[in-house]
Design a protein around this ligand. Structure first.
Ligand code: GYE
Length: 325
């Protein structure tokens, strides 16, 4: 009996093996067969802003809605934590990996490991400076364009002349690099009477935005006409600093920021923020659409843009109830 069982087992596995070899693509692979759950690893970069929270919630909610088995990791703004998370997704054999790279550089080694493991990789929100064959697609915003829009809005607010200070996002992140590039390029090309007198990072957080704005005010307080903040959270921190310094944010110092989170609309309604350029964090639905397409073997575009607008004080009250983040 025992021998018979063993023999049939050996036979069965030999058959499976031969099917595996000759059948090539026809061999039923886990993810294609039946209604096996899609398993996705997502290496989020942190929880530094309102924008980030909205992005994380969007991914988690959409995964739950679609019945995706989501392995989620929060790297607390540290690249080494993201790399660890990616390696653990490889070890777990997930179907797709999504990453929001905290900075642009330093990804090649780990992305090659992902490729060697045969796992498709999607860049979500921020870009990475790697050869294109190391990822399936980038889903997110055009940061350079956001910087250009911000420059035009700021120039309008100060009639094309005056001194500006800039609060940059995380150093080396594609969001900060792109916004600064677009902003600078536009100011240099179109607004010769605008000067950027100070520019420093506030790491995309309220606390740092406030701290750095305090330093700007201390050295140049009477000399600043406008502020460009790479995100709303830093602008909101800076608003506090300006008030504590004894000036009126939105009036004495005009402010343009990026994201269009609810806090920005509240600040605009209070007259303390002038303009916010939208950067859409609700990437969950588009992200899982792409994951499903990739697993189904469909071609996906290399860049998938998210739709965005610009919001000003005059329509803030009317828009606030429609905002989802
Ligand atoms: O603007 C900022 C966040 O990468 C687009 O990161 C994102 C940026 C967003 O911390 O608020």
């Amino acid at each position: 009996m025992k021998v018979k069982k063993l023999l049939s087992l050996v036979l069965a596995s030999a058959m499976a093996l031969s099917i595996g070899c000759s059948g090539g693509k026809e061999e039923p692979k886990g993810e294609d067969s039946g209604d096996k759950k899609l398993v996705v690893g997502y290496a989020q970069l942190g929880a530094e802003s309102e924008w980030r929270t909205a992005c994380t919630n969007s991914v988690k909610e959409e995964a739950a809605k679609r019945g995706v088995d989501l392995k989620f990791s929060d790297a607390q703004q540290k690249q080494e934590n993201q790399i660890k998370a990616i390696r653990s997704f490889i070890a777990q054999g997930v179907d797709v990996i999504g990453v929001s790279p905290v900075v642009e550089s330093g990804w090649e080694t780990v992305f090659k490991e992902v490729k060697d493991a045969g796992i498709p990789l999607v860049l979500v929100d921020r870009k990475a400076d790697v050869p294109e064959d190391l990822y399936a697609c980038y889903l997110g915003s055009d940061f350079v364009d956001e910087g250009i829009k911000a420059a035009d809005e700021l120039a309008k607010l100060i009639d094309g002349k005056g001194n500006i200070v800039e609060l940059q996002g995380t150093v080396g992140s594609s969001a900060a690099v792109g916004r600064q590039e677009g902003f600078l390029q536009r100011i240099n090309e179109k607004y010769p009477d605008i000067k950027i007198i100070k520019s420093q990072t506030g790491d995309f957080t309220r606390a740092k935005g406030k701290e750095v704005m305090e330093a700007f005010l201390k050295s140049d307080g009477e000399n600043i006409q406008a502020l460009f903040a790479h995100n709303d959270d830093m602008a909101i921190g800076a608003i506090q600093a300006i008030e504590e310094y004894g000036k009126k944010p939105g009036e004495d110092i005009k402010i343009v920021s990026v994201d269009a989170v609810k806090g920005a609309f509240e600040a605009m309604i209070a007259g303390k923020l002038n303009v916010t350029v939208e950067c859409n964090p609700l990437l969950g639905p588009q992200f899982f659409d792409v994951c499903e397409d990739i697993v189904a073997g469909k071609e996906v575009p290399k860049v998938i843009p998210s739709e965005e607008g610009v919001f000003r004080q005059d329509t803030a009250a009317q828009e606030l109830p429609n905002r989802k983040y």
